[in-house]
Design a protein around this ligand. Sequence first.
Ligand code: ZN
Length: 426
Amino acid sequence: MYKILQLGLIIVTSVTYFPLGAQSSKCVTMEIHKKRMLEHPDLKDQMIKNELATQQWLAAHSALSRTEKQIIKIPVVFHIIWHDSIENVSDRQVYSQLDVLNADYRLMNKDSLPVQHPFHKFIGDAGIEFCLATIDPNGNPTSGITRTYTSVTSWLENSLKDIKSTAKGGHDNWLPTQYLNIYVVNMQGETLGFASFPDELVMAPEQDGVVIRYEAFGTIGTAGAKNFETANKGRTATHEVGHWLNLIHIWGDQICGDDKVADTAPAVDENKFCPVFPQRPNNKCGSDANGEMYMNYMDYVEDSCMAMFTAGQTARMNAAINMFRSSLLNSKACTITSLHEDNKSSLVISVFPNPNSGIFTCSINQTLSSNSALSLYNSLGIEMKKQQVIAYGDIKFNFAEMPSGIYYLMLKDKSKSIIQKVIVNK
Ligand SMILES: [Zn+2]
C-alpha cells in the first residue's frame, strides 16, 4: 500500500523504510542494502532522488495502457558458481528458470488468480521478457551461462560480496548496464536469495545483480532439494528480480510499512507458508475484508502460493527500467551473436544514471581505436566538453558544473559516431 503524501513526507519515508531488526532468512536484500548504506553514505541521497524521480515518472505515465506499452527485453547472463558437482546445475535447469521469469513477468503464469478472486482486478502484466545473452562483454558469442568452479564450499553471510568477484572465487558481473546478472550459488544458512536495488547501481556497480541458492533455482534438477522443497517453482528469482527493478517487500519491511505501491493491500508483516484467503482481514493497518495480498511475488509465501504482481508494481518496475536502468533498453546483448559481425551498428554507448546531476558513468560495449573521443554538446549543438577515450567498459565523468538541461554525448571512433542523450537535472 502507498499512502498519498506531501513531497516532504515522501523524502522522510524514503530514507526510513528500512527498519533495524526485522531479520528474515528467506531474502537478505534489505540486510545487504542497509550494510551498503553504511559503506556509501551518499546512497541515502541517491535513494531520495530516485524515489522522487520514480513518483514523477509514474505521475507522467499514469495513462500508459498495456496495449501501448512496448515489451522490454532484458538480456540475462547466469553465472553458476559451484564447488560440489550437484551445484553445477544443468542448462535445462537454467532454461526452466528463464521460463518462470518469462511467464511471471508477462502474466502468462498458469497459476494466476481466477477472475472471480477479489484480488484479480489488481493483477498487472509487467511487459518484461528475459532473453539469454548471445554475446559476452568482449563481443564474443556466449550461451548466456558461465560456469565457475570455486574452492569456496559455501558462501557465508559475511562473504556474499565475494560471489561477484573472480579474484575471491566468484565471478565478476558482466556490464550491469547491458545485462541482468543472475548468480546460482551454494549459500550457508537458509537464505534463498538477494538482489541489488537500482539505487545502488551508481555506487556499487560491481555488486549489481541477483543471487539465488541452487536449491531454490528453476523448477527441475536441484530445485526444492534438501529442506527447500517449497522453493521449487523458480519464484525466488521472480521475487529477487522484483527488487532489482525497485520493488520493496509488500509489508514495507516494517509493521504496517509502506511499499510505495498504491494497489497492494496494507500488510501488517510478512506472510509465510501458504495462508488461506482471506489472510488477516480488516487488519490494523487498514486492509479491508479481503485482507492481505499474501499471494504477491513480493511477500514471503511458498513458491506455489504466490502468483501475481499488481499493476502498480509493474508500473514501478517499468519506471525503474526507464529511469535507472535505461541503458538496458539499448542493449543488443541477446539480439546479435557477435559484435564483429555487425561492427558498425553494434557500437553501444550507455549513460547511467540518466537523468543525473552532471556526474555519470558512460559504458561502451567494445574496444575503441586510439583516436576515439567523447564530446558533450548542449542542446544548441555547442561542444561543452571533450575527452579522449581509449577504453572498453565503464568510464566515469564529472561534469558537475553543467547547469540542468539536455545534453548530447557523442562518441567518435575512426569511422563511426554515436550519440546518447544526457539529462542533467539538479
Ligand atoms: Zn525480498
